[in-house]
Write a protein that binds this ligand. Sequence first.
Ligand SMILES: O=P(O)(O)OC[C@H]1O[C@@H](O)[C@H](O)[C@@H]1O
Length: 269
Amino acid sequence: MIQLNGVVLEFKLFPNGETLVDGEQILNHANELNIVTFKYENDSDLIKVMFLKNYLDDLNFKASLVVYYMPYSRMDRVEGASAFTLKYVSNFINSLNFDKVTLIEPHSDVSLALINKSTARYPSVELLDKVIAEVGFNLHEDYLFFPDAGAQKRYGKVKGYQQLVGFKVRDFQTGQIRKLDIVGSVERKGFKVIIVDDLCSYGGTFILSAEKLKEIGASEIYLLVGHCEKSIYKGKILETDTIDKVFTTNSMLDQADHEKIHVFEIGGM
Ligand SMILES: O=P(O)(O)OC[C@H]1O[C@@H](O)[C@H](O)[C@@H]1O
């Protein structure tokens, strides 16, 4: 889904699959300075962004880009013969020459390094105060939990919280989590935990984290993720009582289709 200055653009297809770009629709919402918002739904959205930016260039209009979820951001390293698709998509975005690019919760700093004139915003940090108030989190008794070293690097700098970290081993090819251990100790049982990470897919990481946290005495467990894929509906998080509530943004989901999910609007953060 592509927005121009907050307005969702409609794209149609020619019978052979080519994209029909409605220039009039763009003209109706374009200014000299524009914000293009890119909510990735599938690879065809990349082509739509390309057509829109080229059209704005032809009008001599400027534009910045907000990327709700950076596609391929998890392909931030290569192993064996795997293709470095994050680099290739970043090259594509760079070729469009936006004035600036804002990445919402990129999976790692590699996206920031690869994309020119890019900065990041982290809803998992920006929304923490709201989530803490909602779940009645006590700074002296309760814990934030980062499921792996990547999450600890991104969010561990938040001050004033007791923190626990997971050590996760995942098979790069199959995506299966081989094991997860908790590093850090707790003083007593019966505490709340907010698991903080960038993205929930099927939720395997968080179910496993929650099981381990329960073993060491957690009584209530919440999940705060910047992005939540629709695949959460196919995973076990919503079926079991291991995680009490999931807080996320509309970077991937459009709305919450389950009582356990709370979706914050990125625009209203
Ligand atoms: O365990 P699921 O939800 O499938 O995947 C989410 C995890 O996989 C990683 O890329 C994310 O950073 C998160 O830690």
